[in-house]
Design a protein around this ligand. Structure first.
Ligand code: NI
Length: 176
């Protein structure tokens, strides 16, 4: 498949609500997911939502084993989640740094629910239900926000906690 261009903040598709997938096990869906994985992998992302490659559908992918961009993050299972829903399990929030392939070069500190329960479907239409916490819960909340047209800078409560990645985290600069 193909590495697709990632839309950057300012593009109108990134601030629109995406539409649910109505048909599973389709070539169109498989091709979309393959392109999303190719794109996320090429850009070292921990997650990607379909609207970021210009497809306004409720499909997200996420996961990481080890990631240069998030060296402190615990592993998250590689997942395709379609028509997702997310609910907090407790009201406890945690602040943490986020980046986004649609906001290249930047990081911001965002409060997210620490523990969530999420659900959705895999590409065959089988239901997925999981409890998650920490970085896993953060990634799911970030990606699902994309489906409602929300980018993480909209959730930064103090804009002093927003800046350039190479200034905030010089150790992350690619050396290879
Ligand atoms: Ni993002």
């Amino acid at each position: 498949m193909a590495v697709r261009q990632v839309l950057k903040m300012g593009h109108p598709l990134l601030v629109q609500a995406a539409q649910p997938i109505l048909e599973f096990t389709s070539k169109e869906l498989d091709d979309l997911i393959a392109d999303m994985f190719d794109t996320m992998t090429a850009l070292d992302g921990a997650g990607l939502a379909a609207p970021q490659i210009g497809v306004p559908k409720r499909v997200v992918i996420f996961g990481l084993h080890s990631n240069r961009r998030y060296p402190e993050a615990e592993p998250v299972p590689m997942t395709v989640l379609i028509n997702p829903s997310v609910e907090p399990v407790s009201s406890e929030m945690e602040a943490g740094w986020e980046g986004c392939l649609s906001v290249p070069g930047m990081r911001g500190k965002v409060s997210r629910y620490l523990r969530i329960r999420y659900a959705g479907f895999d590409p065959s239409g089988h239901e997925i239900r999981r409890d998650a916490e920490g970085f896993h819960a953060r990634v799911v909340q970030h990606e699902c926000d994309h489906l409602d047209g929300i980018l993480y800078p909209m959730r930064i409560t103090n804009l002093r906690d927003f800046g350039y990645e190479d200034v905030l985290f010089p150790e992350l600069i690619r050396t290879d």
